[in-house]
Design a protein around this ligand. Structure first.
Ligand SMILES: Nc1ncnc2c1ncn2[C@@H]1O[C@H](COP(=O)(O)OP(=O)(O)OP(=O)(O)O)[C@@H](O)[C@H]1O
Length: 562
């Protein structure tokens, strides 16, 4: 390799000799006969090798030049020359950074050989430095934390990302088992295990809470490190932050629907997971939630997820029937049990044998029926009305209520023992206003459903309608939304639903309901009256116009009457 070499000596024969030898070796040489000239050249040029005579400028000026040259050109290899070799000057030269020392007189072979070594040494050092600089750049730029320990588990190296794991540069040299990073130290345990066994350790998806920072999901890979001769020198751990990956995976795993229940909101995802977990358990489940939130869909999903799915799913709305009828509906009756009982009738419990019975509006049953139901749940047998023979039943009971049962128990309106029997497992279905992020999905579902049903092409909502939907508090929950879209699909003349397609009442309600109500509550008197007026007193139509179920509508009417 051709090198650029400076020869500094006030003896012209010496500079000539060296120039000649190095020139014939293919190098490029410059010559200076004084410190001053040498410094000028060093300032202008970068030299691979510099020869300096110690006795420069008639004294030991060569040593002073050596000091300056190594400062100005730290990568140059400096070879000192002298005609009066002694240990003191040789030692001093090396101390000041000389690469080697050449005693006069020397021959061409010596010149070539020492130059070759100097050039090779410089090349290796530059290569090492480049390698170290690259490594540091990599260390700094990668987001994975890197932690190195030696065989005594002493911390040897950390990169910037390791600071996020609770490590700090002032811990270098300390034993990792003595360190505290404010967490359970899984990465340190992995390193210690790797050092102990010489085996690679891998930890997947563990929590990293370095120094109380936010919890991150990380994976740790610890591998043994070895010296060139194959001896183990310690271990290195790479800690990769997988928090975002984890979140993305979770998002991907999120379901937009579960059986017939639509919803992507986190509360719905939790609900889906719980339904799955409870599917094959026979325990009674109590489903709580406001009217129209989809409690019946949840009950159906519970049934369809489980082993009983081939068996009957029997539902009964406990508030829809008067007490006597309800009792006979639930348990059945024998002929002659009461006036009008002209033949035996099988009750819903018996019909649900092997399957599931869904008792909706359980909070509305009378105290007498509460006792009978409690007995059924305890004994797992029923007695038909007018008969005392017990009939064994194998039925999973799912109950639902929009009422606050605990409050009813407190007021003495609902038996505490029955409450506990029903509330073995409780599922809460969130109101729509608490998961408004699901609005687009639900809207799309209902648009599709009603477009198909009414042979329309409604495919989207105008921005105005969407924003009104977003600011509405949805006291009637998903049912209210469903009715609104049904109404709009019937009226709409185009593929986009506009404000004109919605009942005017919706906008007055949207304005009058608070942003975040807690319970469904009646709309202003005027609105109910107006709805009845507009529909000629037809309550079903009036309820639809208001976007609520008939049941809710009746409840409001009752409340108004009170
Ligand atoms: N998450 C949902 N996805 C799709 N449709 C839904 C959802 N929630 C409710 N619905 C629809 O809204 C209407 C009311 O649902 P459902 O009868 O299950 O509510 P509920 O909570 O049992 O009401 P109530 O307390 O008045 O009996 C149904 O037509 C149902 O299909």
């Amino acid at each position: 390799m051709q090198a650029r070499i400076l020869i500094v000596d006030d003896e012209i024969q010496i500079t000539r000799l060296i120039s000649m030898v190095l020139g014939s070796d293919g190098h490029q040489t410059d010559v200076a006969h004084s410190c001053h000239d040498a410094l000028t050249l060093i300032g202008q040029q970068s030299y691979d090798v510099i020869f300096i005579d110690i006795m420069l400028d008639k004294n030991q000026g060569g040593l002073a030049l050596l000091k300056t040259a190594t400062t100005l050109s730290p990568t140059s290899r400096v070879i000192m020359m002298t005609g009066y070799p002694d240990v003191a000057t040789a030692t001093e030269s090396i101390r000041y950074g000389a690469f080697d020392y050449l005693c006069k007189p020397f021959d061409s072979l010596q010149i070539s050989s020492i130059t070759r070594h100097a050039i090779e040494n410089r090349r290796l050092q530059l290569e090492r430095e480049q390698f170290r600089a690259n490594l540091e750049a990599i260390n700094r730029s990668i987001s994975d934390a890197i932690i190195m320990v030696d065989q005594h588990l002493q911390l040897q190296h950390l990169n910037d990302a390791a600071l996020q794991c609770g490590y700090s540069a002032d811990q270098l040299g300390q034993a990792i088992d003595q360190l505290s990073t404010g967490c359970n130290g899984s990465c340190r345990m992995a390193l210690a295990e790797t050092v102990r066994t010489g085996q690679r350790q891998e930890l997947k998806r563990i929590e990293c809470r370095g120094n109380g920072s936010r919890t991150r999901i990380v994976s740790v890979i610890a591998t043994p490190t070895t010296s060139e001769d194959g001896h183990r020198t310690g271990a290195v751990a790479v800690i990769r932050d997988e928090t975002e990956l984890d979140a993305l995976e979770r998002q991907l795993q999120q379901r937009s629907h579960f059986h017939t229940i639509i919803g992507r909101a986190p509360v719905m995802q939790q609900l889906f997971t719980r339904i799955e977990a409870l599917a094959d358990v026979t325990s009674t489940v109590l489903i709580c939630g406001e009217s129209g939130t989809g409690k019946e869909l949840v009950a159906q999903a519970l049934h369809e997820c489980g082993a009983r799915k081939q068996k009957p799913f029997i539902k009964l709305n406990c508030s829809a029937l008067p007490e006597g009828l309800l009792e006979s509906e639930l348990f059945g009756h024998v002929r002659g049990a009461f006036t009008g009982a002209i033949k035996d009738k099988m009750g819903r419990f018996q019909k649900a044998h092997g399957g599931t019975i869904f008792l909706d509006e359980i909070g509305d049953i009378s105290p007498a029926l509460q006792i009978r139901l409690l007995r059924v749940l305890q004994e797992r047998e029923i007695e038909r009305v007018g008969d005392t023979t017990p009939i064994k039943i194998d039925v999973r009971v799912i109950a639902a209520t929009h009422r606050n049962l605990q409050e009813k128990v407190r007021r003495g309106e609902f038996r505490q023992d029955l409450y506990y029997r029903l509330n073995v497992v409780r599922l809460d279905v969130p109101p729509l206003r608490n998961r408004l992020e699901d609005l687009p999905l639900l809207v799309e579902h209902f648009l599709h459903k009603f477009s198909h049903k009414f042979n329309r092409t409604c495919s989207s909502l105008s921005e105005d309608v969407l924003s009104a939907f977003r600011s509405h508090s949805w006291p009637g929950n998903v049912r209210e939304l469903e009715h609104l879209i049904e109404h709009a699909c019937i009226l709409s003349q185009s593929s986009i639903i506009t404000s004109d397609d919605l009942p005017a009442e919706f906008f007055s309600i949207a304005r009058s309901t608070p942003e975040t109500g807690t319970l469904p509550h009646p709309h202003p008197d005027l609105t109910i009256k107006e709805a009845l007026h507009r529909t000629g007193g037809n309550r079903t139509e009036a309820a639809k116009l208001l976007g609520v179920s008939r049941r809710t509508f009746y409840r409001w009417l009752e409340q108004q009457a009170d």
